[in-house]
Structures are given as C-alpha cells and as structure tokens.
Design a protein. Structure first.
Lengths: 164, 153
C-alpha cells in the first residue's frame, strides 16, 4: 500500500515543482521554520497559562492566539506535504518521520480533549483564576507532544536512515 | 584566523564534527531555542502592535524572560555548531548576515522588554516602540530565512 502511495506521490506534478527548481526546497524549509516558530510561540503562551503560569492573563485573551496556532499548523502541513511529494521514499523509510507523525496525531487528540472537555469550562475564567487539573494536564501534554514533534522533525535527517 | 583555527581544533569542535550525537544534539537544541526565542519574540512584538489586546502588556515581561532562556540555549548550541566549522562560517555572507540580524533582534528585545515593564496597567506602548516591534518582526523573519539558507552555502 505504501509503495503505491509513494509511486503516486512522485508521479504528480507537485513532485516536479518541489524537485526541479533550486529554490523550491529551501523556500518550503524557510516557511516550515517560520511557521514552527509562530506555532510554538503561541502554544507556549496558551499552554503555560493553562498550566498556571502568568495568571494575570484572562483565558479568553489567551484564546485569541488560537488562530495563530491553527494558521501556523496549516502552513506546516502544506509545506510538510511538499517535502513528502518531493521525496516520499526517504521519509517513509525513516522511523523518526513516523515518530513525528505519531506525536502530531497525539497532539491532535489532546487538542480534541481541550476543545470538548477543557475549553467550555475555562473560557470564562478571568485573571488570576485557577484552571482545573485537566486543563493543566492538557496544557502540559500539548507542550510535551509539540516539542517532541519539533525534536524528531529536526533530528529526522540524522536518525532512522540506517546509520543511527 | 589563528583563533578560529584553534577553535576548530578544540575537543568540543571535534565532538560536534565527528561524534555520532554531537552535531544532531546541537542542531536539535538550536531548533528548540529558536522556537522559544523567535516564536515568543514574534508574538510579543505583535502584541505590542496591538494584536491580542486582551493580553495585558504587563504579562509580557515573564515571556520576555522565557525568550531569553531560548536565546541562551541558542548561544550555547550555536557556539558548538560554529566551532565545528569556524573558518568556513566566518567567510559565509549568508551566515554573517544571519548573525548580524540575530544580534539586532536581541537588541530589539532588550529595548522592548524594559518598555513593557514600565507601561502602567491598561497602557499601550508609544508609536516609537511600535516601530521597534515592526522592525523586529522583519529582522526575525529574515534571520530565520538566512539561518535556513546557511545550510545551502
């Protein structure tokens, strides 16, 4: 099944767009790095407030950063797909890539937990109010998962390629 | 060049260049510190420009401190990475442009942080400080791009 998918990825015009121009890959990488910065920056502010750091921020105001996180993730999904279309065989053969994808899925499930169970209970909390234990746990898990995604992503070229 | 050649010959440089974990561990820490320093700086700059106005300016002080921790991680990991190929990096204009921009970015944070501390409750920063924040956003974006392109030259 993976072989079929890889064949299809490299048969698309996107594969040519990513590989045939000298600037495609570095441009995708630069965008991927910029959006990872804004994703992690917004997550740090939101998750640390959930955990209980900087309680002078009202939770609704913290929530105003959510669009930044979502747009940043969307940019990284699109640029990340660009890498996959360009060189699927290298990524699919790399265990660090799969570890990164698994962590993104876990982070997504954690976000669902936030969205369904935590947000409705905390959105009206004002400055200096304590968040519930589940909110603290979800905030901590979010930071652990996303910093894991970042680490595996950066280590990808050095791990799981046979040598390491 | 004497100092840089010496630096390249140190045990640290040798470890970063040729051990199994030297280079990967330094590069991973460098990405982590970048996300903290640049990610927080970009968002704090946007807040100073008036985005996310529900977040009080006074709350920014603690995030500036956290950003400096990211900067420290990158100063250390970056020094390790630099030592491994010091004589090549120093003549690479992309790398030198990036270093200049990082230095300017750090200076903008050093200017904006005390301004935020001095701002009273419900206050916003002056037009001049907003100018510094706009400039800082451009500087950080170009610094990230130049840092990424360093791998290609």
């Amino acid at each position: 099944m993976l072989d079929g998918l890889m064949d299809w990825l490299v048969s698309t015009p996107i594969n040519g767009l990513v590989l045939n121009y000298a600037w495609s890959w570095p441009t995708l990488e630069s965008l991927h790095f910029l959006a990872l910065c804004t994703l992690m920056g917004s997550l740090l502010i939101m998750d640390l407030r959930l955990i209980g750091f900087n309680r002078i921020i009202p939770l609704q105001a913290v929530h105003s950063l959510m669009p930044v996180a979502i747009v940043s993730f969307a940019i990284n999904l699109i640029t990340g797909l660009g890498f996959l279309f360009g060189d699927p065989h290298t990524y699919f053969a790399n265990w660090a890539f799969w570890a990164k994808m698994a962590l993104i899925v876990l982070a997504g499930l954690n976000f669902l937990l936030y969205f369904t169970q935590v947000e409705p209970k905390i959105i009206r909390l004002g400055p200096n109010e304590e968040t519930p234990a589940l909110a603290k746990a979800v905030g901590a898990m979010s930071l652990i998962f996303w910093f894991g995604v970042l680490s595996f992503g950066r280590l990808l070229p050095y791990l799981g390629t046979g040598g390491g | 060049m004497g100092f840089l050649a010496w630096l390249e010959a140190t045990g640290l440089a040798e470890w970063v260049r040729s051990s199994q974990w030297g280079y990967p561990s330094m590069i991973a820490l460098h990405a982590l510190g970048m996300a903290i320093m640049v990610g927080l700086s970009l968002l704090l700059d946007l807040r100073i420009l008036g985005w996310f106005a529900g977040i009080p300016l006074q709350a920014l002080q603690r995030f500036f401190r956290l950003a400096w921790i990211g900067f420290g991680i990158n100063f250390l990991s970056g020094s390790g990475l630099f030592s491994a190929q010091a004589t090549s990096y120093i003549v690479d204009w992309v790398f030198m442009t990036k270093m200049t921009l990082v230095l300017i970015g750090a200076i903008t944070a050093g200017i904006l942080q005390p301004a935020v501390v001095k701002a009273g409750p419900n206050a916003e920063l002056s037009g001049g400080m907003k100018g510094v924040a706009t400039f800082a956003i451009v500087v950080w974006i170009v610094a990230i791009i130049m840092g990424r392109l360093t791998a290609y030259l």
